[in-house]
Design a protein around this ligand. Sequence first.
Ligand SMILES: Nc1nc2c(ncn2[C@@H]2O[C@H](COP(=O)(O)OP(=O)(O)OP(=O)(O)O)[C@@H](O)[C@H]2O)c(=O)[nH]1
Ligand SMILES: [Mg+2]
Length: 424
Amino acid sequence: MKTISLLMGEQIYQEGQVFDSIKYFGILPFPDLCLTGLTYFFLIHDKEARGQAKASTISILVDENHAAFLYENMKDLSIYFSETADKITHDNYLKDSKEFMVELLEKVDKFVSNVNSPISNARKLKLLFTGLDASGKTSYLRAIKQRYSELTGIKPTKGIERSQDQMLGQSLLEWDVGGQLKYRQNFLKQADLYLFDTNLLNFLIDIRDETRYVEALEFLFQILNIFRSFKQHPPIVVNFHKADPDIKEDHELTKKIELLKNRILENSKDFRVKFFNTSIFNAYSLNKSFSEGISLMSPNREILREQLKWFAQEINAQALLLINENSVILSDFSTNKVSSQVSEMSAPHFQNLFKTFSEFRLLKHNTATWQMDNDIITFYKLPLNNIDVYLLCLLRNQDTEINNINQLMPEFKNRINSLIETYL
Ligand SMILES: Nc1nc2c(ncn2[C@@H]2O[C@H](COP(=O)(O)OP(=O)(O)OP(=O)(O)O)[C@@H](O)[C@H]2O)c(=O)[nH]1
Ligand SMILES: [Mg+2]
């Protein structure tokens, strides 16, 4: 019941949407039972039921110390789940579902006994930063961590520079792979060491160096082929880097980027690829690309957005943005493009102001509101079980009832708490 209520936004299926398009995965904590679950949410047609469908979930529960097992094997398990769900959604579900579930149990059981990676409890996510030499990887990483003083005098990276960060309670291992030819060759040669079990690939292309486009793409495609040979398909973020603010609008450059994008898309149909124009002189561009990479690794990405959508509709918001302590965007929802951009670009600044006011004890509560001509921004700090997240709401002035928001906030917090806890 918990999984159903969590995963189901009220509005999801009552507006006559297509049943089949409603399928969600998520990883959820069950702290009372010391368990963590991988859950699949789907609808079963039923003429008698409200909205002509029954909300249903299939979950597999593991000891919470072994939650990493679910993240690591989610893809395989999800396929079993969706196959089973497809059978159950057909007629006679009441009669046949037991048989299908037993079948699923047998499959999962067999799968578990074949998993040979040791079941660990700490989840370590491997993020690779690759690209040709001088494409800007080391600079990107330093800038995203706001180590601005270390941005000058960067030397080419020798071999691989590893660093470790904490994010939402998990470890991020960031591998900055030196791009000079000898390091690249070694990297590809020892791919099973370096590329195996990558959680996210960040690839940088120096868009100012047109003479090396072909070489850059070749390197990227070699990496993709290696992933294919491992039967692994991590999400990929391609950064068209050095798109500095003063040349961002350059027409010629935009055309070149478009061509690059198409070449990459043609050759990466079996991967999930996102593209960004980035520059170390545009903090927003880096944050956007980095955040997208983080959210691509999250199993809860989609259901979290559903919860934001629900809340936005309840409080009549134009945009909602959920960020962590370091302004990494965890989820967002907006009714139009402009409000989406405005909220993304301004959120880190509001967060800074908010922190400053808090430090000087000018805020008694965990919220602050800014008034513009026709819009307001309300900003909330939401202390969840283990972590603090921040919510920015962009609202139209005339239909804003802060009271209503405050009333619904506990419910919203409750809904997202578990999703954040198991976000990564
Ligand atoms: N204009 C501009 N220059 C950048 C940007 N990012 C990095 N650079 C410059 O590009 C050069 C190479 O940057 P690095 O960060 O060392 O590149 P790298 O990809 O780590 O290079 P290797 O370690 O050899 O693989 C440096 O001179 C940086 O200052 C950017 O966004 N805009
Ligand atoms: Mg480097």
